[in-house]
Write a protein that binds this ligand. Structure first.
Ligand SMILES: Cc1cc2nc3c(=O)[nH]c(=O)nc-3n(C[C@H](O)[C@H](O)[C@H](O)COP(=O)(O)O)c2cc1C
Ligand code: SF4
Ligand code: SF4
Length: 252
């Protein structure tokens, strides 16, 4: 029987949620590779079905997620690719994800862009994925099962440019309010960039930090947040410009 392999890089957990939602439609047990933590080589079987989710970071998949995903090899393993974004733009991220998977020996059978709560600008896509999203994601998963049964690969064209938009480091600061911090060190262990000082969570190296949001999401005291003039200046206009609802798109 096929194993369902869930693979995701999901600092604020919504990409994980989408991957799990798709996986829940398959009547199989499986394995999970959370690329915030898993950083090793692994080869999957031909019979496995991989559901691979990446968030969109400035029109690309996150650099660290890409690097870790590149260590995972398929063996003509069927894969479903999901680029999960915050209701702004996907740009080249889904094309990038599908291309890496194909280069690494996966047989991509379907792909999707899904919309989730924006992990930086928290007024955008609030509450998503919501009931309508989940319904569409479940319908997509059922179509994916049909494609797996028929042995067909992905035929739809994926939007994006082959020359991907350049990586962009966002100028926003991440701060830790020491008066809230309980010094549990969870942020230090989860940070994929080792940007937070080993013995002082208040000290974040913003040159190393990718602004991924994992530390903000894991902090039990809400001590960590985006801050600074650049962030405050951008927030209202960004939230206004991206207030109109976008819908998930599916490619078979
Ligand atoms: C550094 C960074 C860059 C982002 N860039 C984009 C973007 O280009 N387009 C977009 O729609 N959303 C963007 N987002 C929002 C995320 O794609 C979105 O919130 C996604 O749901 C996050 O996934 P996660 O919950 O698995 O971390 C960005 C978020 C971060 C942290
Ligand atoms: S310090 Fe930066 S890179 Fe590290 S978890 Fe926080 S946002 Fe991500
Ligand atoms: S996760 Fe929050 S409370 Fe824990 S050390 Fe980091 S900032 Fe402090």
């Amino acid at each position: 029987m096929s194993k369902i392999i869930k693979i995701f890089f999901s600092p604020s957990q919504t990409t994980k949620k989408v991957v799990e939602q798709i996986a829940g439609n398959f009547d199989s047990s499986g394995e999970t590779y959370d690329l915030l933590h898993f950083d090793s080589a692994k080869e999957f079987e031909k019979d496995d079905i991989a559901i691979v989710g990446m968030p969109v970071f400035a029109g690309r998949i996150p650099k660290r997620g890409r690097e870790r995903l590149s260590k995972l090899k398929g063996n003509d393993t069927k894969a479903i690719a999901v680029a999960n974004y915050g209701n702004a733009h996907v740009t080249d991220a889904l094309l990038e994800l599908v291309t890496i998977l194909k280069e690494n020996g996966f047989d991509v059978i379907a792909a999707a862009t899904t919309v989730s709560h924006h992990s930086i600008f928290d007024g955008v896509a609030v509450g998503r994925p919501d009931g309508d999203d989940i319904k569409k994601i479940n319908e997509f998963a059922i179509k994916c099962q049909g494609k797996i049964d028929s042995g067909e690969s992905l035929t739809s064209q994926i939007p994006g440019n082959e020359e991907y938009v350049a990586y962009k480091q966002l100028p926003f600061e991440i701060i830790c309010d020491e008066s809230f911090c309980s010094f549990c060190y969870d942020c230090i262990s989860i940070c994929p960039e080792k940007a937070i000082s080993d013995d002082d969570p208040v000290n974040t190296d913003l040159d190393l930090c990718s602004r991924c949001t994992a530390c903000i999401n894991i902090c039990p005291e809400d001590a960590r947040s985006f801050s600074g003039d650049a962030f405050e200046a951008k927030k209202p206009a960004f939230e206004e410009a991206n207030s109109e609802r976008k819908e998930p798109e599916f490619y078979l």
